[in-house]
Design a protein around this ligand. Structure first.
Ligand SMILES: NC(=O)C1=CN([C@@H]2O[C@H](COP(=O)(O)OP(=O)(O)OC[C@H]3O[C@@H](n4cnc5c(N)ncnc54)[C@H](OP(=O)(O)O)[C@@H]3O)[C@@H](O)[C@H]2O)C=CC1
Ligand SMILES: CC(C)CCC[C@@H](C)[C@H]1CC=C2C3=C(CC[C@@]21C)[C@@]1(C)CC[C@H](O)C(C)(C)[C@@H]1CC3
Length: 421
């Protein structure tokens, strides 16, 4: 029988409960626009207001909204193309499994091909770099309406389809966290689509537009710093789509509902905030020596090896514990029948994937030099996000695995950074 979903108690509410989430609903868009404006201002000071505000008309254009809707429709069409394999997600509370298409990398390839053809045909992609403000407004409005739709839709599904944490009964809190775990139209999975497609590829496209604009301004090649930032971040996007299946064992897919947090995160925060380093470099060019660039590349490789190794190891183990690549690892049995890895990457710290991601985040900021704080915004935000995420995950794992989780914490005492945290 399907297990009934009970509302979390006030002590279990996350992000500061209704008040905290109400504040975030306002603060997240404000931070976004503050950063976009600051990045384009001369002083580019993270801690003071941009010296002059553009007219209100600079924040909105119907052209930007149309472009955004076209992009979403285009990516949705690619998502629906019957290419590649289909895989099964984790067992749900009603004992069923959902099917997910694994065509993300091919969609990236097709998108790259069409953009390449467009550029060869004279597509002025660099112009996108001057449309970021109205595009970000259009994406914010879209994310808001999508979240409202998701919130209303969640009242039409059975309790077994709700996320463990998003049904407190408080409308603001539930709107923010998301009530339904896997909202779908037929086989079209809205959360899985948004998590990996329009935002991630949009981020890579914005970076490319900024790089092209910089190259145009310099009448030739982009700077080394811009080249490194764009290449590092493109690798991150391509990696996410190549290992698309691994997203099915992340917290976003297995635990969090689809609400404003993820809709805004996926469609707005990722493309417009994660491209801040490239935006900064277009407006504040930085010279980079080759040896420094080499050291930054090494840091990126170290981060990537840890990030990819840890995520793939956990994903393979969760999908097939007898796979030869993970079968020899030491594990702890839990009362749920699932085991916890206690050697390999997951024996180093309790969140080795966060460690690798943080190292990469630093490597994305360093090419921007050390004269400004703004390019490091992503790194500082990411430390806060991942520390908080780790804390949330620990709480959930303690609930899921009880004594076995305590034993894991005893055997692997550090959370993210060995011997430090
Ligand atoms: N760039 C960005 O903005 C962001 C990137 N990320 C990245 O996304 C990736 C996924 O992160 P996230 O979803 O937060 O968390 P994880 O992928 O680490 O998933 C956590 C889950 O993994 C399982 N798990 C934990 N420990 C073990 C163990 N020892 N053995 C086996 N399974 C274990 C548990 O689920 P269960 O036991 O139920 O399987 C736990 O709930 C990370 O690399 C992170 O850095 C995350 C957030 C933002
Ligand atoms: C601003 C809000 C308070 C928080 C928003 C958080 C979101 C931006 C992130 C939550 C988890 C994410 C993941 C990725 C992107 C950022 C968000 C949506 C991810 C798709 C990036 C690429 C990785 O390879 C991944 C492991 C697939 C990531 C999964 C989690």
């Amino acid at each position: 029988m399907a297990q009934q979903q009970t509302a979390p108690s006030p002590a279990e509410l996350e992000f500061g409960g209704p008040l905290g989430t109400a504040a975030l609903l306002l603060l997240l868009p404000l931070t976004l626009f503050h950063l976009l404006l600051t990045c384009h201002s001369g002083p580019c000071s993270l801690l003071s207001l941009p010296p002059e505000l553009p007219p209100l008309s600079a924040f909105w254009s119907s052209g930007a909204l149309l472009l955004l809707l076209f992009w979403l429709g285009f990516q949705a069409t690619l998502y629906l193309l019957p290419m590649g394999q289909v895989t099964e997600g984790r067992m749900l509370r009603d004992k069923s499994h959902l099917q997910y298409p694994l065509n993300g990398f091919r969609c990236l390839g097709l998108t790259a091909l069409l953009v390449g053809l467009g550029l060869a045909g004279g597509l002025p992609l660099g112009n996108l770099s001057e449309m970021l403000l109205p595009l970000a407004s259009a994406a914010t409005v879209t994310a808001f309406f999508l979240s409202l739709f998701l919130y209303l839709k969640s009242f039409t599904v059975p309790p077994s389809a709700l996320a463990p944490g998003g049904n407190s009964g408080n409308p603001v809190y539930d709107f923010f966290l998301g009530r339904e775990l896997n909202p779908r139209f037929g086989s079209f999975d809205l959360k899985y689509f948004c998590e990996l497609r329009p935002g991630l590829m949009g981020w890579a496209l914005i970076n490319l537009a900024l790089l092209l604009r910089e190259a145009e301004r310099q009448r030739g090649w982009p700077s080394l710093a811009m080249g490194l930032v764009s290449a590092f971040q493109f690798i991150y996007v391509a990696d996410a789509l190549w290992y698309e299946e691994a997203v099915l064992t992340t917290i976003d897919i297995i635990h969090d509902g689809f609400g404003f947090m993820l809709a805004f995160g996926d469609l707005v925060w990722v493309p417009f905030i994660y491209s801040l380093q490239a935006q900064f470099l277009l407006n504040h060019p930085q010279a980079l020596d080759l040896p420094v660039a080499g050291a930054i590349c090494l840091l990126k490789v170290i981060g990537y090896v840890i990030f990819r190794g840890a995520n793939s190891q956990k994903n393979t183990f969760r999908r097939n514990p007898s796979d030869p690549s993970v079968a020899g690892l030491e594990t702890i049995p839990t009362a749920t029948g699932r085991h916890l890895l206690v050697s390999g990457w997951w024996g180093l710290v309790r969140h080795p994937n966060y460690l690798g991601d943080l190292i990469m985040a630093l490597a994305w900021s360093l090419p921007c030099g050390v004269t400004h704080l703004l390019p490091y915004f992503y790194f500082f935000y990411f430390v806060i996000l991942l520390v908080h995420r780790e804390y949330r995950d620990e709480r959930q794992c303690l609930q899921k695995y009880g004594l076995a989780w305590r034993e894991y914490c005893r055997r692997v005492p550090y959370r993210i950074v060995p011997y430090i945290y």
